[in-house]
Ligand binder design. Structure first.
Ligand SMILES: *Cc1c(COP(=O)(O)O)cnc(C)c1O
Length: 423
Protein backbone atom coordinates (compact mmCIF):
# COMPACT_ATOMS: atom_id res chain seq x y z
CA UNK A 1 0.00 0.00 0.00
CA UNK A 2 1.79 3.16 -1.15
CA UNK A 3 1.23 6.65 0.16
CA UNK A 4 3.38 8.64 -2.30
CA UNK A 5 0.62 11.01 -3.38
CA UNK A 6 -0.56 11.54 0.22
CA UNK A 7 3.01 12.39 1.23
CA UNK A 8 3.29 14.93 -1.61
CA UNK A 9 -0.02 16.52 -0.69
CA UNK A 10 0.93 16.63 2.98
CA UNK A 11 4.16 18.48 2.15
CA UNK A 12 2.21 21.02 0.09
CA UNK A 13 -0.43 21.27 2.82
CA UNK A 14 2.16 21.98 5.50
CA UNK A 15 3.42 24.97 3.53
CA UNK A 16 0.02 26.68 3.56
CA UNK A 17 -2.00 25.15 6.42
CA UNK A 18 -0.67 24.86 9.98
CA UNK A 19 0.38 21.26 10.46
CA UNK A 20 -1.10 20.53 7.04
CA UNK A 21 -4.58 19.88 8.46
CA UNK A 22 -7.74 21.75 9.35
CA UNK A 23 -8.36 19.75 12.54
CA UNK A 24 -5.47 18.42 14.64
CA UNK A 25 -6.30 14.70 14.95
CA UNK A 26 -6.11 14.37 11.17
CA UNK A 27 -2.36 14.96 11.26
CA UNK A 28 -1.66 11.34 12.38
CA UNK A 29 0.81 12.80 14.92
CA UNK A 30 -0.15 10.30 17.62
CA UNK A 31 0.65 7.36 15.35
CA UNK A 32 3.75 8.82 13.69
CA UNK A 33 2.50 8.52 10.14
CA UNK A 34 1.53 10.63 7.15
CA UNK A 35 -2.22 11.25 6.94
CA UNK A 36 -4.01 9.71 4.00
CA UNK A 37 -5.49 12.38 1.75
CA UNK A 38 -8.94 11.22 0.82
CA UNK A 39 -10.47 11.60 -2.61
CA UNK A 40 -13.81 9.87 -2.16
CA UNK A 41 -15.89 7.62 0.05
CA UNK A 42 -18.94 5.51 -0.75
CA UNK A 43 -20.79 3.29 1.67
CA UNK A 44 -18.25 1.71 4.01
CA UNK A 45 -15.26 2.31 1.72
CA UNK A 46 -12.91 5.26 1.64
CA UNK A 47 -10.34 5.86 -1.12
CA UNK A 48 -7.14 7.85 -0.74
CA UNK A 49 -5.11 9.86 -3.23
CA UNK A 50 -2.91 6.83 -4.06
CA UNK A 51 -5.97 4.78 -4.96
CA UNK A 52 -5.97 2.66 -1.80
CA UNK A 53 -9.50 1.59 -0.94
CA UNK A 54 -10.03 0.92 2.78
CA UNK A 55 -12.86 -0.17 5.07
CA UNK A 56 -13.67 3.02 6.95
CA UNK A 57 -14.40 2.96 10.69
CA UNK A 58 -13.94 6.70 11.15
CA UNK A 59 -17.15 7.69 9.38
CA UNK A 60 -16.09 11.34 9.50
CA UNK A 61 -16.01 10.97 13.33
CA UNK A 62 -19.67 10.14 13.52
CA UNK A 63 -21.86 11.60 10.79
CA UNK A 64 -21.64 8.63 8.39
CA UNK A 65 -24.05 6.30 10.24
CA UNK A 66 -25.61 5.31 6.88
CA UNK A 67 -22.22 5.01 5.22
CA UNK A 68 -20.79 7.68 2.93
CA UNK A 69 -22.61 9.35 0.06
CA UNK A 70 -25.95 7.67 0.61
CA UNK A 71 -27.74 8.11 -2.74
CA UNK A 72 -30.88 9.57 -1.16
CA UNK A 73 -28.88 12.13 0.82
CA UNK A 74 -26.79 13.11 -2.19
CA UNK A 75 -29.91 13.55 -4.30
CA UNK A 76 -31.57 15.88 -1.77
CA UNK A 77 -28.40 17.91 -1.24
CA UNK A 78 -27.96 18.27 -5.00
CA UNK A 79 -31.55 19.47 -5.37
CA UNK A 80 -31.06 21.96 -2.56
CA UNK A 81 -27.87 23.29 -4.18
CA UNK A 82 -29.64 23.85 -7.47
CA UNK A 83 -32.13 26.08 -5.67
CA UNK A 84 -29.39 28.34 -4.31
CA UNK A 85 -26.77 27.91 -1.62
CA UNK A 86 -27.71 30.48 0.97
CA UNK A 87 -30.34 33.17 1.40
CA UNK A 88 -29.96 34.78 4.81
CA UNK A 89 -33.68 34.23 5.25
CA UNK A 90 -35.76 31.43 6.78
CA UNK A 91 -36.56 28.36 4.69
CA UNK A 92 -38.97 25.45 5.02
CA UNK A 93 -36.14 22.94 5.46
CA UNK A 94 -35.15 24.49 8.81
CA UNK A 95 -38.69 23.98 10.06
CA UNK A 96 -38.72 20.36 8.87
CA UNK A 97 -35.41 19.52 10.52
CA UNK A 98 -36.47 21.12 13.83
CA UNK A 99 -39.76 19.16 13.64
CA UNK A 100 -37.99 15.87 12.89
CA UNK A 101 -35.61 16.41 15.79
CA UNK A 102 -38.48 17.18 18.18
CA UNK A 103 -40.34 14.10 16.98
CA UNK A 104 -37.38 11.78 17.63
CA UNK A 105 -36.20 13.59 20.76
CA UNK A 106 -39.23 14.97 22.61
CA UNK A 107 -37.07 17.03 25.02
CA UNK A 108 -36.07 19.20 22.02
CA UNK A 109 -39.27 21.25 22.12
CA UNK A 110 -37.50 24.12 20.43
CA UNK A 111 -34.12 24.16 18.71
CA UNK A 112 -31.66 26.39 16.91
CA UNK A 113 -29.47 25.39 13.98
CA UNK A 114 -25.84 26.46 13.99
CA UNK A 115 -22.79 25.34 12.00
CA UNK A 116 -20.80 23.10 14.33
CA UNK A 117 -20.98 21.20 17.59
CA UNK A 118 -18.64 23.75 19.13
CA UNK A 119 -21.08 26.54 18.40
CA UNK A 120 -24.04 24.51 19.66
CA UNK A 121 -22.40 23.84 23.03
CA UNK A 122 -21.13 27.41 23.42
CA UNK A 123 -24.66 28.70 22.83
CA UNK A 124 -26.35 26.16 25.12
CA UNK A 125 -24.01 27.13 27.96
CA UNK A 126 -24.78 30.82 27.40
CA UNK A 127 -28.51 30.08 27.61
CA UNK A 128 -28.08 28.01 30.76
CA UNK A 129 -26.24 30.88 32.43
CA UNK A 130 -28.88 33.39 31.41
CA UNK A 131 -31.76 31.16 32.50
CA UNK A 132 -30.36 30.44 35.94
CA UNK A 133 -28.62 33.76 36.51
CA UNK A 134 -25.56 31.74 37.58
CA UNK A 135 -22.05 31.61 36.20
CA UNK A 136 -20.45 28.23 36.84
CA UNK A 137 -20.54 25.14 34.65
CA UNK A 138 -19.60 21.62 35.75
CA UNK A 139 -17.88 19.55 33.10
CA UNK A 140 -16.16 16.17 33.26
CA UNK A 141 -12.51 15.53 32.67
CA UNK A 142 -12.06 13.73 29.35
CA UNK A 143 -15.40 14.88 27.91
CA UNK A 144 -15.01 17.09 24.84
CA UNK A 145 -17.48 19.83 24.05
CA UNK A 146 -15.78 21.62 21.20
CA UNK A 147 -13.06 24.24 21.28
CA UNK A 148 -14.73 27.28 22.84
CA UNK A 149 -12.54 29.04 25.44
CA UNK A 150 -14.48 28.20 28.60
CA UNK A 151 -14.59 24.48 27.83
CA UNK A 152 -10.90 23.98 27.05
CA UNK A 153 -9.92 23.33 30.63
CA UNK A 154 -7.81 20.94 32.62
CA UNK A 155 -7.41 20.44 36.34
CA UNK A 156 -5.18 22.93 38.05
CA UNK A 157 -2.80 21.85 40.74
CA UNK A 158 -4.12 21.58 44.25
CA UNK A 159 -7.86 21.93 44.69
CA UNK A 160 -9.75 19.91 42.13
CA UNK A 161 -12.19 22.74 41.51
CA UNK A 162 -9.64 25.22 40.18
CA UNK A 163 -9.50 24.46 36.49
CA UNK A 164 -7.01 26.14 34.18
CA UNK A 165 -6.86 26.58 30.39
CA UNK A 166 -5.97 23.48 28.41
CA UNK A 167 -4.87 25.58 25.45
CA UNK A 168 -2.57 28.52 25.01
CA UNK A 169 -4.44 31.70 24.19
CA UNK A 170 -7.24 31.14 26.69
CA UNK A 171 -7.16 33.66 29.56
CA UNK A 172 -7.26 32.18 33.04
CA UNK A 173 -10.31 34.34 33.72
CA UNK A 174 -12.23 32.61 30.92
CA UNK A 175 -11.96 29.21 32.56
CA UNK A 176 -12.47 30.16 36.19
CA UNK A 177 -16.20 29.44 35.98
CA UNK A 178 -15.68 25.91 34.67
CA UNK A 179 -15.54 23.30 37.43
CA UNK A 180 -14.10 19.88 36.68
CA UNK A 181 -15.54 16.62 37.97
CA UNK A 182 -14.60 13.01 37.29
CA UNK A 183 -16.69 10.98 34.88
CA UNK A 184 -18.62 8.21 36.65
CA UNK A 185 -17.65 9.65 40.05
CA UNK A 186 -20.77 10.89 41.81
CA UNK A 187 -18.78 12.06 44.85
CA UNK A 188 -16.76 14.48 42.75
CA UNK A 189 -20.02 16.06 41.57
CA UNK A 190 -21.49 16.16 45.09
CA UNK A 191 -18.39 17.96 46.34
CA UNK A 192 -18.69 20.64 43.67
CA UNK A 193 -22.34 21.21 44.47
CA UNK A 194 -21.58 21.28 48.19
CA UNK A 195 -19.11 24.10 47.61
CA UNK A 196 -20.81 26.05 44.81
CA UNK A 197 -24.48 25.15 44.47
CA UNK A 198 -25.71 28.76 44.39
CA UNK A 199 -23.48 29.50 41.43
CA UNK A 200 -23.73 26.35 39.26
CA UNK A 201 -25.79 27.07 36.14
CA UNK A 202 -25.44 23.66 34.53
CA UNK A 203 -23.79 20.29 34.39
CA UNK A 204 -22.71 19.36 30.88
CA UNK A 205 -21.92 15.75 30.03
CA UNK A 206 -21.42 13.39 27.12
CA UNK A 207 -23.99 10.76 28.13
CA UNK A 208 -21.63 8.18 26.67
CA UNK A 209 -18.16 9.68 26.66
CA UNK A 210 -16.61 9.16 23.25
CA UNK A 211 -13.75 11.65 23.16
CA UNK A 212 -11.44 9.87 25.61
CA UNK A 213 -12.15 6.69 23.74
CA UNK A 214 -15.57 5.22 24.47
CA UNK A 215 -16.45 5.27 28.16
CA UNK A 216 -19.98 4.26 29.08
CA UNK A 217 -21.75 5.83 32.06
CA UNK A 218 -21.97 3.52 35.08
CA UNK A 219 -25.51 2.40 35.92
CA UNK A 220 -27.24 5.25 37.75
CA UNK A 221 -24.64 7.91 36.91
CA UNK A 222 -26.83 9.88 34.49
CA UNK A 223 -29.88 9.52 36.77
CA UNK A 224 -27.77 10.91 39.59
CA UNK A 225 -26.83 13.93 37.45
CA UNK A 226 -30.49 14.48 36.63
CA UNK A 227 -31.39 14.37 40.30
CA UNK A 228 -28.66 16.59 41.70
CA UNK A 229 -29.14 19.29 39.05
CA UNK A 230 -32.87 19.33 39.73
CA UNK A 231 -32.29 19.49 43.47
CA UNK A 232 -30.08 22.58 43.20
CA UNK A 233 -31.90 24.37 40.37
CA UNK A 234 -29.12 23.82 37.84
CA UNK A 235 -29.71 22.65 34.28
CA UNK A 236 -28.58 19.35 32.81
CA UNK A 237 -27.07 19.61 29.34
CA UNK A 238 -26.54 16.42 27.35
CA UNK A 239 -23.89 16.90 24.70
CA UNK A 240 -25.25 14.41 22.17
CA UNK A 241 -23.11 15.59 19.27
CA UNK A 242 -21.90 11.98 18.91
CA UNK A 243 -24.67 9.96 20.62
CA UNK A 244 -27.62 11.81 19.07
CA UNK A 245 -29.32 9.55 16.49
CA UNK A 246 -26.49 7.03 16.97
CA UNK A 247 -27.42 5.14 20.14
CA UNK A 248 -31.15 5.18 19.42
CA UNK A 249 -33.54 7.23 17.30
CA UNK A 250 -33.87 9.56 20.30
CA UNK A 251 -30.17 9.43 21.21
CA UNK A 252 -28.70 8.66 24.62
CA UNK A 253 -31.62 10.33 26.34
CA UNK A 254 -33.91 7.66 24.93
CA UNK A 255 -31.36 4.86 25.36
CA UNK A 256 -30.91 5.64 29.08
CA UNK A 257 -34.35 7.17 29.61
CA UNK A 258 -33.10 10.41 31.15
CA UNK A 259 -34.49 13.78 30.04
CA UNK A 260 -32.01 16.66 30.00
CA UNK A 261 -33.05 20.32 29.98
CA UNK A 262 -30.89 21.19 26.99
CA UNK A 263 -29.27 19.04 24.31
CA UNK A 264 -26.59 19.72 21.76
CA UNK A 265 -26.39 17.84 18.46
CA UNK A 266 -24.11 17.82 15.45
CA UNK A 267 -22.45 15.15 13.30
CA UNK A 268 -25.36 12.82 12.29
CA UNK A 269 -27.86 15.71 12.55
CA UNK A 270 -26.06 17.28 9.59
CA UNK A 271 -25.73 14.06 7.61
CA UNK A 272 -22.12 14.95 6.70
CA UNK A 273 -22.68 18.68 6.23
CA UNK A 274 -21.63 21.33 8.80
CA UNK A 275 -24.52 21.46 11.26
CA UNK A 276 -24.84 21.89 15.00
CA UNK A 277 -28.09 22.14 16.92
CA UNK A 278 -28.93 23.23 20.42
CA UNK A 279 -32.35 22.89 21.88
CA UNK A 280 -34.54 21.75 24.70
CA UNK A 281 -37.18 23.18 27.00
CA UNK A 282 -39.18 25.92 25.33
CA UNK A 283 -39.03 28.21 28.39
CA UNK A 284 -35.23 28.13 28.23
CA UNK A 285 -34.91 28.33 24.44
CA UNK A 286 -37.18 31.37 24.27
CA UNK A 287 -34.49 33.37 26.05
CA UNK A 288 -32.57 33.33 22.76
CA UNK A 289 -32.74 36.44 20.56
CA UNK A 290 -34.98 37.71 19.01
CA UNK A 291 -37.45 36.64 21.73
CA UNK A 292 -35.08 37.01 24.63
CA UNK A 293 -31.90 38.71 25.78
CA UNK A 294 -29.39 35.94 24.90
CA UNK A 295 -27.61 36.89 21.69
CA UNK A 296 -26.72 34.19 19.19
CA UNK A 297 -26.71 34.41 15.39
CA UNK A 298 -25.20 32.92 12.23
CA UNK A 299 -24.97 34.04 8.60
CA UNK A 300 -24.95 30.47 7.30
CA UNK A 301 -27.05 28.87 10.08
CA UNK A 302 -29.77 26.61 8.74
CA UNK A 303 -28.01 26.45 5.39
CA UNK A 304 -30.35 24.79 2.86
CA UNK A 305 -27.92 22.15 1.56
CA UNK A 306 -26.91 21.26 5.11
CA UNK A 307 -30.54 21.06 6.22
CA UNK A 308 -31.31 18.79 3.25
CA UNK A 309 -28.55 16.37 4.30
CA UNK A 310 -29.74 16.35 7.92
CA UNK A 311 -33.40 15.89 7.05
CA UNK A 312 -32.82 13.02 4.62
CA UNK A 313 -30.46 11.25 7.04
CA UNK A 314 -32.99 11.50 9.87
CA UNK A 315 -35.82 10.36 7.58
CA UNK A 316 -33.88 7.26 6.54
CA UNK A 317 -33.15 6.46 10.19
CA UNK A 318 -36.80 7.00 11.10
CA UNK A 319 -38.06 4.72 8.31
CA UNK A 320 -35.69 1.94 9.28
CA UNK A 321 -35.26 1.76 13.07
CA UNK A 322 -33.88 -1.77 12.62
CA UNK A 323 -30.59 -0.07 11.79
CA UNK A 324 -29.83 0.37 15.51
CA UNK A 325 -29.92 -3.35 16.17
CA UNK A 326 -27.83 -4.06 13.07
CA UNK A 327 -25.02 -1.60 13.81
CA UNK A 328 -24.90 -2.61 17.48
CA UNK A 329 -24.53 -6.26 16.49
CA UNK A 330 -21.67 -5.50 14.11
CA UNK A 331 -19.83 -3.44 16.73
CA UNK A 332 -20.35 -6.22 19.28
CA UNK A 333 -18.90 -8.81 16.88
CA UNK A 334 -15.72 -6.75 16.54
CA UNK A 335 -15.56 -6.10 20.30
CA UNK A 336 -15.99 -9.83 21.04
CA UNK A 337 -13.35 -10.81 18.49
CA UNK A 338 -10.82 -8.41 20.04
CA UNK A 339 -11.61 -9.49 23.62
CA UNK A 340 -11.19 -13.13 22.70
CA UNK A 341 -7.97 -12.62 20.77
CA UNK A 342 -6.31 -10.13 23.12
CA UNK A 343 -7.10 -12.14 26.25
CA UNK A 344 -7.21 -9.39 28.85
CA UNK A 345 -4.25 -7.42 27.50
CA UNK A 346 -6.65 -4.68 26.35
CA UNK A 347 -9.90 -3.17 27.59
CA UNK A 348 -12.68 -3.06 25.00
CA UNK A 349 -15.53 -0.64 25.66
CA UNK A 350 -18.53 -0.86 23.35
CA UNK A 351 -21.88 0.89 23.49
CA UNK A 352 -24.18 0.53 20.49
CA UNK A 353 -22.18 1.13 17.33
CA UNK A 354 -19.31 2.86 19.17
CA UNK A 355 -16.27 1.01 20.40
CA UNK A 356 -12.71 1.55 21.61
CA UNK A 357 -9.81 -0.79 22.19
CA UNK A 358 -7.74 0.60 25.07
CA UNK A 359 -4.23 -0.73 25.46
CA UNK A 360 -4.48 -1.28 29.19
CA UNK A 361 -5.45 -4.34 31.20
CA UNK A 362 -7.50 -2.29 33.68
CA UNK A 363 -11.14 -1.28 33.23
CA UNK A 364 -11.50 2.16 31.63
CA UNK A 365 -14.25 4.17 33.33
CA UNK A 366 -12.93 7.71 33.40
CA UNK A 367 -10.15 9.96 32.10
CA UNK A 368 -7.60 8.77 34.64
CA UNK A 369 -7.99 5.14 33.60
CA UNK A 370 -8.17 5.99 29.89
CA UNK A 371 -4.79 7.73 29.93
CA UNK A 372 -3.14 4.64 31.40
CA UNK A 373 -3.33 3.20 27.87
CA UNK A 374 -0.08 2.42 26.13
CA UNK A 375 -0.30 4.71 23.11
CA UNK A 376 2.79 3.09 21.52
CA UNK A 377 0.98 -0.23 21.41
CA UNK A 378 -2.01 1.64 19.99
CA UNK A 379 0.17 3.11 17.23
CA UNK A 380 1.35 -0.40 16.26
CA UNK A 381 -2.25 -1.66 16.20
CA UNK A 382 -3.30 1.32 14.07
CA UNK A 383 -0.52 0.64 11.55
CA UNK A 384 -1.32 -3.08 11.48
CA UNK A 385 -4.97 -2.36 10.63
CA UNK A 386 -4.11 0.30 8.05
CA UNK A 387 -1.77 -2.08 6.21
CA UNK A 388 -4.65 -4.52 5.99
CA UNK A 389 -7.01 -1.95 4.53
CA UNK A 390 -8.81 -1.05 7.75
CA UNK A 391 -8.98 2.69 8.35
CA UNK A 392 -9.55 3.75 11.98
CA UNK A 393 -9.09 6.98 13.89
CA UNK A 394 -5.36 7.72 14.42
CA UNK A 395 -5.72 8.18 18.18
CA UNK A 396 -6.24 5.97 21.20
CA UNK A 397 -8.80 8.48 22.41
CA UNK A 398 -11.27 8.37 19.55
CA UNK A 399 -14.06 5.89 18.90
CA UNK A 400 -14.44 3.34 16.13
CA UNK A 401 -17.72 4.10 14.32
CA UNK A 402 -19.69 1.26 12.76
CA UNK A 403 -22.23 2.16 10.07
CA UNK A 404 -25.15 0.48 8.39
CA UNK A 405 -23.08 0.24 5.21
CA UNK A 406 -20.52 -2.17 6.71
CA UNK A 407 -21.31 -5.56 5.20
CA UNK A 408 -21.26 -8.84 7.11
CA UNK A 409 -18.28 -9.81 4.96
CA UNK A 410 -16.37 -6.69 5.99
CA UNK A 411 -17.15 -7.29 9.65
CA UNK A 412 -16.01 -10.91 9.31
CA UNK A 413 -12.79 -9.74 7.62
CA UNK A 414 -12.22 -7.15 10.36
CA UNK A 415 -12.75 -9.81 13.05
CA UNK A 416 -10.29 -12.11 11.30
CA UNK A 417 -7.64 -9.38 11.12
CA UNK A 418 -8.21 -8.71 14.82
CA UNK A 419 -7.84 -12.42 15.63
CA UNK A 420 -4.59 -12.65 13.67
CA UNK A 421 -3.00 -9.64 15.35
CA UNK A 422 -0.14 -10.27 17.80
CA UNK A 423 -1.67 -8.67 20.88
C1 LIG B 1 -17.38 16.55 17.85
C2 LIG B 1 -17.91 17.00 19.15
C3 LIG B 1 -18.12 18.34 19.47
C4 LIG B 1 -17.67 19.46 18.57
O1 LIG B 1 -18.32 19.45 17.35
P1 LIG B 1 -17.61 20.19 16.10
O2 LIG B 1 -18.65 20.10 15.03
O3 LIG B 1 -16.36 19.44 15.83
O4 LIG B 1 -17.35 21.59 16.53
C5 LIG B 1 -18.75 18.65 20.65
N1 LIG B 1 -19.13 17.69 21.50
C6 LIG B 1 -18.93 16.39 21.25
C7 LIG B 1 -19.40 15.38 22.22
C8 LIG B 1 -18.28 16.00 20.07
O5 LIG B 1 -18.04 14.71 19.85
Amino acid sequence: MTDIKSKELFEAAKRRIPGGVNSPVRAFGAVGKTPRFIVSAHGSRITDADGNEMIDYVGSYGPAILGHAHPRVIEKVTQACEDGLSFGAPTEREVRLAELIAEQMPSMESSRMVNSGTEAVMSAVRLARAFTGREKIVKFKGCYHGHSDGLLVKAGSGAMTASIPDSAGVPLDFTKHTLLARYNDTDSVKELFAGHHESIAAVIVEPVAANMGVVPPMPGFLAFLREITKKYGALLIFDEVITGFRLAPGGAQEYFDITPDLTTLGKIAGGGMPVGVYGGRRDIMELAAPLGPVYQAGTLSGNPAAMAAGIETLLILKEDPGIYGRIEKKARQIADAVRKAAKGSVCVNQVGSLLSVFFTDAAVRDYESAVLSDTRRFADYFGYLLERGIYTAPSQFEAMFVSDAHTDGEIAYTCRVMREMKW
